[in-house]
Design a binder for this molecule. Structure first.
Ligand SMILES: CC(C)(COP(=O)(O)OP(=O)(O)OC[C@H]1O[C@@H](n2cnc3c(N)ncnc32)[C@H](O[C@H]2O[C@H](COP(=O)(O)OP(=O)(O)OP(=O)(O)O)[C@@H](O)[C@H]2O)[C@@H]1O)[C@@H](O)C(=O)NCCC(=O)NCCS
Ligand SMILES: Nc1ncnc2[nH]cnc12
Length: 290
């Protein structure tokens, strides 16, 4: 008789990438204190969101992320067939999210950003540096999905009103807010021994300093966007989240954005993308897979 084999089955590349994406979303939700966003302390500027819902939403997206990575492995190149396959899977993921959250939009922007990035990572797992993955993701984002509906989304309304191009442009440009703001700040604050949670808060704030966040623009106009960008810069200038001065500024920013109803949901999604790329680069996506 054979002894029981209790060893866990190794994860496939797609399962591992889906795990990394969901982990990044859960870590983003848990990070506290984030200005005006849902975190361990409360609901920030939201009346219809809470931490449990953010976690449930993140977990509901695992199958969609896995399917996107599988499509990349099967199709094998960043062309229109792959773009349209992940567009369809992304829309199905949005439906799974909405049925989990009872219709609340928790992670639409995250499905877009993290979906493109894990698809790009799965295309060439041996080339998993942040810049290389982002360039491949941008190539996919530049392709026009013929089956995508064009709803008058909040982002589309803000584009008409203020000319901000939001999530689509961010991806098409290769995620500059992640590559030029979030990741460098995360590394700087870690190098200064600020502690992991403070380093993550600083990375989120760095993204907020110059993002045209369409959530903020939709809810609080240009005044809200200016408050977000200048307030985030003030925290970093005062020494960041690890310093007493920075923490005071962070508290002020939280209060100010809540008063303006300005929730930086786009910045939160790009912060999750920062964590994802950081993990892919540090741990490698092949570790633990196969
Ligand atoms: C291309 C799409 C991203 C669609 O873009 P569009 O701008 O038309 O759509 P929006 O519905 O407005 O979604 C964009 C979401 O992206 C986040 N975001 C905002 N600004 C930026 C930015 N500058 N860079 C990157 N990301 C950004 C943001 O997501 C977060 O906010 C959500 C809550 O927002 P909202 O619905 O406005 O909610 P509230 O203000 O709270 O509403 P009320 O309570 O007031 O009612 C939250 O979900 C966060 O995730 C924007 O919301 C893309 O989505 C698309 O085409 N999808 C189709 C499927 C597809 O092709 N997928 C590809 C597979 S990878
Ligand atoms: N933590 C958070 N709070 C509110 N909206 C979000 N969208 C993505 N993450 C979010």
């Amino acid at each position: 008789m054979h002894a029981l084999n209790l060893q866990a089955k190794p994860l496939s590349l797609s399962e591992r990438l889906a795990d990394l994406a969901v982990d990044a979303l859960i870590d983003e939700a848990d990070l506290s204190p984030k200005p005006a966003l849902v975190d361990r302390r409360g609901n920030g500027a939201h009346t219809d969101l809470h931490l449990g819902l953010m976690h449930a939403s993140a977990l509901s997206l695992w199958p969609a992320f896995k399917e996107m990575a599988e499509a990349a492995v099967e199709i094998g190149e960043a062309g229109l067939p792959l773009r349209e396959a992940i567009g369809r899977i992304g829309r199905e993921g949005e439906q799974a999210m909405l049925s989990t959250t009872n219709g609340v939009n928790t992670h639409r922007g995250a499905i877009w950003a993290l979906g493109l990035l894990i698809t790009a990572a799965a295309l060439e797992p041996q080339s998993s540096g942040s810049s290389a993955v982002s360039v491949r993701a941008a190539r996919l984002a530049l392709l026009d999905d013929r089956y995508a509906p064009r709803p008058l989304s909040h982002g589309a309304q803000v584009a008409l009103r203020y000319g901000a191009r939001g999530a689509r442009e961010q991806a098409q440009l290769g995620f500059p807010s992640v590559l030029q703001r979030g990741l460098p700040q995360l590394k700087r604050s870690r190098a200064n021994s600020h502690g992991e949670q403070n380093a993550r808060l600083d990375a989120l704030l760095a993204i907020m300093t110059d993002l045209a966040d369409t959530c903020v623009l939709y809810r609080a106009g240009e005044q809200g966007l200016h408050a977000m960008q200048s307030g985030a810069q003030a925290v970093l200038d005062a020494g960041g989240s690890a310093s007493l001065g920075g923490r005071r500024r962070l508290h002020e920013l939280d209060q100010q954005l809540i008063a303006l109803n300005a929730s930086p949901g786009g910045a939160a999604d790009l912060f999750a993308a920062t964590l994802l790329l950081d993990r892919i680069e540090r741990d490698g996506i092949l570790q633990g897979a196969f």
